[in-house]
Write a protein that binds this ligand. Structure first.
Ligand SMILES: C[S@@+](CC[C@H](N)C(=O)[O-])C[C@H]1O[C@@H](n2cnc3c(N)ncnc32)[C@H](O)[C@@H]1O
Length: 407
């Protein structure tokens, strides 16, 4: 998954891939309508590799949270490595720009940052379950849990607030396709995979340790989804954990465009100019109608030339700090949702995102099988110790300098 492929934009043939009923190959219904259609080079995409179709056994006593094996120590090393690389995202808070009140979304509660906001905003029970799993896996604060440094992410309440605004102003729905540029530990992608339960939730992360932790989070979320499904739990729709999510290890700059994503999201604090220039070029040549980020119009439109207009802005707060950042919702200039093509069954897909889309379009078993294999291969050797622990691959823990080999 980490291997980068060619960058030509290709057309994805939904019918050829057996994708029906919103991408669920298991359910047959009338073809799903798409928001936009696409380029020339038609390529049919198949189902995920058969080796991913089976559900791997749950790793016995080797969950990354177990207190009784060495996994925890190894993971702590990975977390410490995260701290060391946290400088990339250091930033100064964005001042609210003095824009007209028509674009400023007012808070329902005065000063509704952090705890207050998350109390006031409704968060679906499947989303809550996902955060609970992620917090157990990788810590509740800023990705590094009790180990200190944050790397920049929103509180769950602020993320929900952005999701609600996206629903209200940017047609964000179960038929959307979402990319988190620089997905870190994966919270935004995991969040929107539940609410509104997008068709494809994707994240790409260039830092290997962060990507691994994101995959580990996804793995545990998928196990919980699988558990729900096969325990025959009678849950309300909002309680069911959904699985249409995938993370890649790679540099987003290797893509030519943001196709097939309808919503391009980035917690963009600290992105360097070179990256911004590339993101602007990619966005402008895409068909993606919406951009959601944390930079004001003077940066996005005037400095980097994104062909967008501001739709809405709202204050958000960050985990583990008192910092607040203004979130901005932009729409592609000239985009008219009323005239958007709704009856196309094909959408353009950059080749960088194609494999992940195929995987996420498959069954829960297929996605879980793939993610679990990746986690086992990349994160651990799978070699059991006498204490039933697992020893991480030497190659996988190049950052984990403190750890000793057991056995
Ligand atoms: C501030 S963090 C945001 C994490 C996550 N999106 C969130 O909101 O919780 C930004 C992430 O972008 C990643 N990043 C920066 N440049 C990137 C690139 N060119 N391709 C992929 N990831 C990148 C960084 O490694 C970092 O983990």
């Amino acid at each position: 998954m980490s291997k980068m492929r060619g960058s030509a934009t290709r057309k994805r043939n939904i019918l050829a891939s057996g994708k029906k009923n919103g991408g669920h190959p298991d359910i047959v219904s009338s073809p799903k309508k798409k928001r936009f259609s696409s380029a020339s080079d038609v390529k049919s995409v198949g189902t995920p590799p058969s080796k991913t179709a089976s559900v791997p056994p749950k790793p016995n006593k080797v969950t990354p949270n177990s207190k009784h094996n060495r996994t925890t120590d190894k993971k702590d090393g990975a977390r410490r490595a995260l701290e060391m690389s946290a400088s990339l995202t250091s930033s100064t808070p964005t001042k609210p720009s003095p824009l007209a009140s028509s674009v400023m979304e007012s808070d329902p509660i005065k000063g509704a940052f952090g705890k207050l906001a998350s109390e006031a905003i409704h968060i679906q029970s499947n989303t809550r379950s996902v955060y609970k799993i992620v917090n157990k896996q990788t810590g509740s604060v800023g990705g590094n849990g009790s180990f200190g440094a944050i790397y920049g992410e929103l509180t769950v309440g602020s993320m929900q607030k952005m999701v609600n605004l996206m629903k209200k102003y940017t047609e964000f729905s179960a038929s959307s396709r979402f990319i988190d540029v620089g997905s870190g530990l994966g919270k935004p992608s995991l969040h929107v995979a539940q609410d509104p339960g997008v068709e494809f939730s994707y994240g790409i992360e260039m830092e290997r340790v962060r990507w691994m932790l994101g995959m580990s989070n996804l793995n545990e979320v998928l196990k919980a989804a699988y558990g729900q499904q096969y325990a025959g739990e009678q849950l309300h729709e909002e309680g069911m954990i959904k699985h249409r999510c995938m993370f890649d290890h790679g540099n987003v700059m290797e893509a030519e465009s943001f196709n097939p994503f309808t919503h391009v999201y980035m917690f963009s604090i600290g992105f360097p100019p070179k990256l911004w220039k590339r993101l602007s070029t990619m966005f402008n040549r895409s068909e993606s109608p919406y951009l959601i980020c944390y930079q004001a119009p003077r940066i996005i439109i005037e400095r980097y030339g994104f062909l967008v207009e501001l739709v809405k802005q709202a204050p958000t707060s960050m985990h583990g700090s008192s910092e607040g950042h203004m979130g901005y919702l932009y729409r592609r200039k000239g985009y008219d949702s009323c005239n958007a093509t709704l009856d196309k069954q094909e959408v353009a897909c950059d080749s960088l995102f194609e494999k992940a889309w195929n995987l996420a379009s498959g069954s829960l078993e297929g996605v879980q099988g793939y993610v679990n294999t990746q986690v086992q291969e990349q994160y651990f050797c799978g070699r059991r110790t006498r204490s039933s622990g697992i020893v991480m691959c030497a190659e996988s823990v190049e950052e984990d300098t403190d750890s000793e080999e057991e056995n």
